[in-house]
Design a protein around this ligand. Sequence first.
Ligand SMILES: NC(=O)C1=CN([C@@H]2O[C@H](COP(=O)(O)OP(=O)(O)OC[C@H]3O[C@@H](n4cnc5c(N)ncnc54)[C@H](OP(=O)(O)O)[C@@H]3O)[C@@H](O)[C@H]2O)[C@H](O)CC1
Ligand code: K
Length: 501
Amino acid sequence: MQPILTASQIKALDAYTIAHEPIVSIDLMERACRAFVAWFTERFNNSFTVGIVCGTGNNGGDGLGIARLLKEWGYPVRVWLVKGGAPESIDFKINLDRLKHLGGVQIDEITAAPECSIFSDEDILIDAIFGTGLSRPVEGVYTDVIACMNTARGTRVAVDLPSGFMADEPTTGPSVEARYTVSFQLPKLAFFFPSSFQYVGEWAVVDISLNKAFIRQAQTSHFFMDRNTARSLLRRRSKFDHKGNFGHALLVAGSLGKMGAAVLSARATLRSGVGLLTVHTPQAGISIVQTAVPEAMLSIDGHASVFAGAVQPERYTTIGIGPGLGKAPETVKAFHKLLENFPHPMVIDADALNILGENRELLHLVPKGSILTPHPKEFERLVGPWQNDFERLEKQKGLAAQLQSVVVLKGAFTSIAAPDGKTFFNPTGNPGMATGGSGDVLTGILTGLLAQRYDTLEGALLGVYLHGFAGDLGAWEKGMDSLIASDIVEFLSGAFARLGG
Ligand SMILES: NC(=O)C1=CN([C@@H]2O[C@H](COP(=O)(O)OP(=O)(O)OC[C@H]3O[C@@H](n4cnc5c(N)ncnc54)[C@H](OP(=O)(O)O)[C@@H]3O)[C@@H](O)[C@H]2O)[C@H](O)CC1
Ligand SMILES: [K+]
């Protein structure tokens, strides 16, 4: 699990590494430059013309070191130095001397608004004006240069951060809009937010061997999930286990015309290792569920088309509720009753969340240790609108604390907030999963894991990881465009097997 540190923590980490490795700072910068160049040369060969736009701090120093290394690799390189008042760092000066000493690279200074045509010959523009040292929105000549870079034809690749982009707070001023960002050592918090994509593009983190002990003990509440952590959470079965050890889940899902949601959830619950599964269905769903999911038992509602009746909560280890449920008044009443009577953690999704959003007085009945899985629209119905993604994250943590439950906010880098404020970003999944029924599958997986008495947070982390991983396996085989929710269920076994193997 990778901690996500703030820009000022990274500065301290940088200093700590320099003092304790020990390594002189220009050598650490050289390591960063080499790591960037290793990434770069794997993707772009030296037939591309490369323009490197540098500031005068250490990000600019990186740019100059990168220019030297790329020149040595045979790339046609040109450098612009943007001088708009930011101080010149020592390592910037050293790398400027080294580049001049190497020779063969044209270096031009920009001190006033340039003609944007200066960048028109470059196939690739490397952005090294500002990195983690940015402390306020850019102004003056920096704004002019960034505007020219953003309209240039070349592919923009940012060093560490796009210039103008804030790592730990909303970006309000102009910023380079990178196609790629190659960041040092650790991802930055804002990379995980949808609104950052226009600036950061696709991002990669390259290792520059900053002090691992410092990283481990740094205070943070933000983490990036990884495969090793997911693997460590997955429980192995033992020889004498029997189905009673894996719990009995109830799924309350589906209504007339939306029984497919119940079927998808049920299949995913079964594929996630539950011992027994019962599906509570209105009469309209009886033959559908029995035919499509023969492994599941039924709890039959007296109502023809929606969830309206009582279930016997004492029979179940956990309940997953919401997919395809609808919001009929009878359903609202029945959900209310269920919340009053069920003492164990639940998985609450889709219309069950919408019912909570419309009847907030029910929120306090959510059993502690539950998992809520809203997509952003459902989340907004629960907590109201937000100004920016940082505020959205705070609202997510707030809801998790209020309900003493885990809140899973679905999207690219699905975030998983625990009641203590710790928040985890998930690496798996792909845009092909933005398709009807994908969320129903997640509900099923999480219900299956909670039924097996996984700890709520661990179950949420593992379930979200597996869901995305199954989607990735499905997309590799079928392509993102053709991926459907049933494929995610189909590839779930592969995801479990690969993670456990
Ligand atoms: N930490 C690491 O792991 C390593 C990082 N490296 C690289 O270094 C940069 C960070 O370098 P730094 O010199 O701290 O900062 P920048 O280059 O981003 O910015 C330079 C100075 O610019 C000033 N500043 C801030 N905001 C503005 C603004 N809006 N307009 C003008 N000037 C601004 C600020 O100085 P002040 O005195 O004004 O506060 C900055 O210091 C990191 O991103 C990496 O690329 C190392 O190479 C290796 C290890
Ligand atoms: K940059």
